[in-house]
Design a protein around this ligand. Structure first.
Ligand code: SF4
Length: 193
């Protein structure tokens, strides 16, 4: 299959790329993550994704549009469900790119992380796939998480300490009360991924 792999960052791509290649798929990476704050962190993760792609010989398409307003509007409107809005923004863009460029399907490296809302990612991926008319390839990459961590360290990739948005960055230092938690990242260990 010719598959578009949405990359949330370089380290999270390590296991999915290996796994999909071993399964015989033709993969192209796709970076679109305007949820990452601040801008310098966004650039650092983009550069790390490019570094990873170069090291493993992965073609990487980049949408470097930093549509901060789109992310924030969705996250704030979603109230306590900001991660769903965040997934939808990124996966819809990936679905559209996959459709416009003749891919058989799309998937995302978000599915490797035990710290993400896995079932929500699946629901959102399948919903935008139906709306954009291109298949979402759901794969539970989580069993490969330790292997991905090992590969990313071997490749000496930058490994970020928070999920991405300004809310998750704040919560590294200022843990919300339990009843105020919105995303699993609110209780993420200090190192992510
Ligand atoms: S915690 Fe992560 S998934 Fe949730 S809104 Fe922030 S960047 Fe997106």
């Amino acid at each position: 299959m010719k598959m578009l792999l949405h990359l949330c960052c370089g380290p999270c791509a390590a296991f999915p790329v290996r796994h999909l290649r071993e399964a015989g798929h033709e993969i192209v990476g796709y970076f679109y993550n305007p949820n990452i704050h601040p801008y310098k962190e966004f650039v650092r993760r983009l550069d790390t994704s490019k570094e990873f792609a170069a090291k493993v010989g992965l073609d990487l398409a980049v949408d470097a549009a930093y549509t901060l307003e789109d992310y924030l509007a969705g996250a704030l409107a979603a109230g306590g469900d900001r991660c769903r809005a965040c997934y939808e923004l990124r996966l819809r863009q990936a679905a559209r790119y996959a459709k416009e460029n003749g891919f058989d399907c799309f998937t995302t490296t978000l599915l490797v992380s035990p710290y993400q809302r896995h079932e929500t990612i699946r629901e959102v991926g399948e919903a935008v796939a139906a709306e954009e008319n291109v298949p979402f390839c759901y794969i539970d990459f989580r069993p490969g998480w330790p292997e991905g961590v090992r590969i990313s360290k071997e490749l000496e990739l930058y490994r970020q300490p928070y999920c991405g948005c300004i809310f998750s960055e704040r919560d590294r230092y200022c843990k919300p009360r339990k009843e105020e938690r919105q995303c699993p990242q609110d209780s993420t260990p200090s190192e992510k991924p």
